[in-house]
Design a binder for this molecule. Structure first.
Ligand SMILES: [Zn+2]
Length: 297
């Protein structure tokens, strides 16, 4: 499999005050958006996805990867933006090894993000799931993640994500740059260093400064965030768009349907066609395979 070139870096300052994670997610976001746009285009009469929604989608994917990087490497994160008015949701999944996927669900033509809730689900080392929900105050994805981090008390720090889109003449959407950072505050942090970093991050709150850093490389962004501070790189790993769907998982999800529904599908005798909402892969299930689901194994 080809790697996208997207990378996530981790570093720690030598005084033990900060851990910084920087991410360039341009290609990953680009492929995730292309998959969602293709599915909307393929469904007749559906309105195109708005630039606002696509931008939020790109930011949510980026934030999910950054947040997962603060945890143990084997854990996964799912971030969901749930509209307040029932118009839909945006989902981002970040898996160990950097596999990333997402989807946009709309109940109608428009998906409204005003007053939306950010729901975070992360797997814990003991295998259970931890859920937390916060209101996206101010409406931005960055602020949503920040208030989740404050409320969960897992990570003290500052996060910023961005996704810069351009609409081409033919109506297609291009991702110019996507990425972001987390600056985690560690127990060794000294007051004067916190003030220095707080001042510095004010510059990076401007979208342009973030994108200048992101667009060049996650290394440049790291150097700029930690300018003048001694630090040690800890990790450098690839990130890519990759779905986790498979024929086995499709069959497993069908097996959870009520037996009466499965029997009816078998009686109809037609192939069942299912497309993955994340990546658009088509799965065709033959009635004989369905019959197997109703019989105890
Ligand atoms: Zn898939």
């Amino acid at each position: 499999m080809m790697d996208s070139g997207d990378r996530v870096l981790r570093a720690m300052t030598d005084d033990g005050g900060f851990r910084v994670i920087t991410l360039q997610s341009t290609q990953t976001v680009s492929e995730a958006i292309a998959n969602q746009v293709a599915q909307v285009t393929a469904s007749e009469g559906a309105a195109p996805l708005s630039m606002d929604v696509l931008g939020a989608f790109g930011e949510l994917l980026t934030g999910a990867v950054l947040y997962r990087e603060t945890m143990a490497p084997t854990l996964r994160v799912q971030a969901i933006v749930q509209s307040a008015d029932g118009t839909g949701q945006i989902v981002a999944d970040s898996f160990p090894e950097g596999d990333t996927r997402g989807l946009i669900r709309r109940t109608g033509d428009a998906l409204h993000l005003n007053g939306a809730m950010l729901q975070m689900m992360r797997s814990l080392p003991n295998g259970t799931l931890h859920r937390g929900t916060v209101e996206m105050k101010g409406g931005s994805i960055s602020e949503g993640f920040m208030s989740y981090m404050q409320s969960s008390e897992q990570v003290a720090g500052m996060l910023s994500v961005g996704c810069q889109l351009e609409c081409a003449g033919d109506g297609s959407v291009e991702v110019v740059a996507a990425g972001g950072y987390i600056v985690q505050l560690l127990p060794e942090l000294e007051e004067n260093m916190l003030m220095l970093m707080t001042e510095r991050l004010k510059e990076f709150r401007s979208v342009d400064a973030l994108f200048d850093g992101v667009a060049s490389s996650p290394d440049t962004l790291m150097e700029e965030l930690l300018y003048g501070m001694a630090y040690t790189p800890l990790d450098d790993s690839p990130v890519r768009f990759k779905c986790q769907c498979s024929r086995a998982r499709v069959m497993a999800s069908l097996a959870t349907l009520p037996p009466a529904d499965i029997e009816e599908m078998v009686r109809e005798g037609k192939n069942l066609e299912m497309a993955c909402d994340y990546c658009g892969t088509d799965y065709e299930v033959h009635p004989t395979e369905l019959r197997g689901l109703t019989q105890p194994s």
